[in-house]
Design a protein around this ligand. Structure first.
Ligand SMILES: Cc1cc2nc3c(=O)[nH]c(=O)nc-3n(C[C@H](O)[C@H](O)[C@H](O)COP(=O)(O)OP(=O)(O)OC[C@H]3O[C@@H](n4cnc5c(N)ncnc54)[C@H](O)[C@@H]3O)c2cc1C
Ligand code: SF4
Length: 533
């Protein structure tokens, strides 16, 4: 455990951030890191409780008290070994995870007092990269199976599945239709939350381990489902949940109303074109970018983002960096309470309470933006030439279907509206071609853990569970890889090439963990999976 009684003597100090007034003018990450001495103090606060609820809170089942203690003892090299045992990409979660583990930390019974777990996780992996401790881990030559697996989709779920399967000795081809690997972590989440060099160095590691990567290949169009099934011993579908929820109100067709993801893809590609490869923000992806059909820009405009979630916040953050004239973020639901509502979401559940987003903090400090709750949009207004001039909005009733309150209508000026109201499910074309069964929401249905209705086809990540979180995607990729590995072993008649060493089992992710559909115990996760409006 950490320091005996440490939590009584040392106060929580959260993740330091760059000044919003400064960071809103560039694309560098805004999270900072504490010096090692301070991090060790924060690790010392961990009590190593008899029942560590943080394990349950973390979808990956990260061994949190173990590495908190190792950081306290300044044993960072041991800490990264512990962390990598359950998490392929701690630098993704250390930067981007909403940290349900902290909501479940026993110290959080006194609200706001949890061990600052996510900060410690990020510091461990940052140090490991700096020290050169993160190395490719290709399978031993005598463990090569010569069985071929296609992983379709290179978001965190596909990346984790591909890495696990390659380390288990299979030939893995990772297909991606975009020009670079990473899924939403590359093309959705902005550089100021995670610089893309952080994604790219994992890509390099996976290449060195022997994963074949084929970017610019839209599976289902460039390669047919038949070819996929006949050319590989197993297929993993990790295509994400990409169909956006639309807003069917008059004026939706006006020039200036766009889906959030169209805007975010363009902004991330703009950063890759202009800042990456210049030395300012790491290497640019090698693949050519697609031609832009219609440029979406917030520069100098009044921008309204419809949807109060994380996608909406990332739109606000980008619009500010483009120097929008004003930015308003609208949320259909009413404003959550400032404190954990114990009657609704008691500890150790994820508390449904108000959180000021990084982007809204920036907007307020710059004096150009505000977030508004309980607002429904009834129409978009035309400027007379087919372009957007504004929105008609009204106060929304607090219960579904959130109807407008009569007499509360008002106008908002806007030349750009971004729809960030969540996602309906995965694109269906490839799933139709393969003939895999779907659940009621259109997600890929797993009739056994991560196993679809088509023999040899497996599914992981948002495509299976609906739009969720990176930490869940990594977990699904790992668990799915374990199911695929078992399937391939059965195809070979059950024998494994080479002798099995215990550490290899752990690396490959098939140590004797449970085989339940969700891997580690379920936890009520935070709301990215929930509809955003
Ligand atoms: C704007 C935004 C911000 C977010 N921020 C956070 C955050 O801060 N923290 C957090 O935890 N979560 C966040 N999320 C959610 C998180 O990014 C996702 O839950 C996670 O990326 C899902 O991973 P995945 O691998 O299942 O799918 P994705 O990341 O969506 O990757 C799927 C990949 O499959 C590819 N693909 C699809 N179809 C095909 C095909 N036919 N052929 C080839 N390739 C194909 C796609 O191009 C894509 O690269 C955010 C989501 C969005 C939209
Ligand atoms: S992955 Fe997320 S939930 Fe798990 S320990 Fe890290 S911050 Fe906590």
């Amino acid at each position: 455990m950490g320091k005996l009684g440490g939590f009584l003597q040392i106060e929580r100090h959260g993740v330091p951030q760059r000044d919003p007034l400064e960071r809103a003018h560039d694309f560098h990450e805004f999270l900072l890191q504490r010096p090692v001495a301070e991090l060790r103090e924060q690790g010392a606060r961990c009590m190593d409780c008899g029942v560590p609820f943080c394990h349950n809170g973390c979808p990956l089942g990260n061994l949190i008290p173990d590495w908190n203690d190792l950081v306290y003892r300044d044993r960072f090299a041991d800490a990264i070994a512990q962390l990598h045992a359950t998490n392929n990409f701690p630098e993704f979660t250390g930067r981007l995870c909403p940290a349900p583990c902290e909501a479940a930390c026993v110290l959080e019974i006194r609200e706001g007092d949890a061990v600052t777990i996510k900060q410690i996780e990020n510091a461990i992996i940052n140090r490991a990269w700096e020290e050169g401790w993160v190395k490719p881990q290709p399978p031993r030559p005598d463990r090569e199976t010569a069985q071929a697996v296609a992983v379709v989709g290179s978001g965190p779920a596909g990346m984790a599945a591909a890495q696990q399967l390659r380390r288990a000795g299979h030939r893995v081809t990772l297909f991606e239709r975009d020009e670079a690997i990473g899924g939403l972590v590359r093309f959705g989440v902005p550089d100021f939350k995670i610089e893309k060099r952080v994604v790219q160095r994992r890509v390099e590691q996976m290449l060195a381990e022997g994963v074949e990567m084929r970017c610019g290949v839209d599976v289902g169009r460039d390669i047919g489902a038949d070819e996929l099934l006949s050319g590989f011993d197993a297929v993993v579908l990790a295509t994400g949940s990409r169909v956006p929820r639309d807003l069917a109100v008059p004026g939706r067709e006006l020039d200036g109303v766009h889906f959030a993801m169209d805007y975010l893809y363009q902004r991330n590609r703009w950063v890759a074109r202009t800042l990456e490869g210049t030395g300012e923000l790491g290497p640019a992806p090698a693949g050519a970018q697609p031609r832009i059909e219609r440029e979406i820009t917030a520069a100098g405009k009044d921008v309204v983002v419809i949807g109060g979630g994380d996608t909406g916040a990332d739109c606000v953050g980008n619009a500010l960096r483009e120097q929008a004239r004003s930015v308003v973020q609208l949320e259909l639901l009413s404003e959550p309470p400032p404190q954990r509502p114990d009657e609704l979401t008691p500890w150790p559940l994820w508390p449904l309470k108000y959180r000021l987003s990084y982007a809204m903090e920036e907007a307020r400090k710059l004096g150009v933006g505000e977030q508004d709750y309980s607002v429904t949009t009834t129409a978009f207004a035309d400027d007379g030439s087919g372009a957007l001039a504004g929105l008609r909005v009204a106060q929304a009733l607090p219960e579904p279907p959130f109807a407008p309150v009569p007499g509360s209508e008002r106008e908002l000026p806007a030349q750009l509206v971004l729809l960030a109201m969540g996602f309906l499910g995965p694109e269906q074309e490839l799933l139709d071609q393969l003939g895999v069964a779907r659940d009621q929401r259109g997600n890929i249905k797993a009739h056994a853990p991560y196993t679809t209705s088509v023999d040899g086809v497996f599914a992981a990540g948002d495509a299976r569970r609906g739009q969720s979180l990176i930490v869940w995607a990594i977990n699904e990729g790992r668990q799915c890889a374990r199911m695929v590995d078992r399937y391939l072993a059965a195809q070979r008649g059950g024998e494994r090439p080479g002798a099995l060493a215990a550490e290899d089992e752990a690396i490959a992710g098939h140590a004797d963990a449970d085989a339940g559909p969700e891997g580690p115990p379920q936890h009520v996760g935070p709301g990215i999976g929930a509809p955003e409006a």
